[in-house]
Design a protein around this ligand. Structure first.
Ligand SMILES: [Zn+2]
Length: 253
């Protein structure tokens, strides 16, 4: 257990779509028939939530057809390499290659977190991350490239939407038959560093790319009527949630 993390109770938030993780970091499982797709992999230690869910459902790692990553940041790639070594294909947009293989420099926390470590909530996040293995998690050995605009042949048949901004290779995934958009960090509904209100925010790992996060949002407007499933913050499940979030999105400072 990690004293700095608060578990979520695994919840089925849409038909065959399950939310797992902690109060700061979400990841999702999509069921389609016997198949499973995992969207993002939290921190390495968050594997415990996946294991618990599989056990509850009477499923195994062998039931997971694919891991699809919204981007290459450390709070999304956590246990992906472990699953890959167990035979699960991992998919990532190649423009985030430098995050998963790169030098130590690329593993440094985002600028706005480093500048604010005096804030208790920021320090608490760093402690959660450290306790769940962020500094020791395994580098992704290889991955399948996600092509922008493609429909992935994995359970849920997600459509890929490129949203470069938060990171160069950020993508969102839309599930047409469930009406949900997995936004990754392209649109968040709560600040993962400092908490606070439920609101639509964006920011980049480097502050000079913050504007690019806003500039990327029109790519999601085609999915305005979908429910918004972010990697940080509560899902917005009402109709037109993605459209509302695009309209209200502000750069988090
Ligand atoms: Zn991120």
């Amino acid at each position: 257990m990690n004293p700095f993390s608060r578990d979520r109770t695994a919840t089925e938030i849409a038909d065959g779509v399950h939310l797992l993780g902690t109060h700061r970091v979400n990841f999702y499982i999509v069921e389609e028939g016997d198949g499973l797709t995992l969207i993002d992999c939290g921190f390495q230690g968050h594997r415990r939530y996946l294991n618990r869910w599989l056990e509850l459902k009477g499923r195994t790692i062998g039931d997971i057809d694919a891991v699809i990553l919204t981007h290459g940041h450390q709070d999304h790639t956590g246990f992906a390499e472990e699953l890959r070594r167990q035979g699960v294909p991992v998919h990532l947009h190649p423009d985030d290659d430098h995050h998963v293989r790169g030098s130590l420099r690329m593993k440094i926390p985002p600028q706005r977190l480093l500048k604010s470590l005096y804030r208790p909530s920021a320090m608490s996040l760093l402690m959660e991350a450290a306790g769940d293995g962020v500094f020791t998690q395994k580098t992704l050995g290889s991955y399948e490239s996600i092509p922008a605009g493609a429909t992935l042949d994995v359970p849920g048949r997600p459509e890929v939407v490129a949203v470069p901004g938060h990171s160069p290779g950020s993508v969102s995934f839309y599930l047409p038959d469930r009406g949900v958009l997995f936004a990754g960090d392209a649109l968040m509904t709560r600040d993962p560093f400092f908490g606070g209100d439920d609101r639509a925010i964006v920011f980049a790992d480097h502050t000079d790319r913050n504007q690019a996060c806003l500039d990327a949002l029109p790519a999601l407007s085609h999915y305005s009527s979908a429910a918004l499933l972010p990697a940080h913050g509560e899902p917005w499940l009402e109709a037109d949630s993605v459209g509302r979030a695009i309209a209200e999105a502000a750069i988090a400072t």
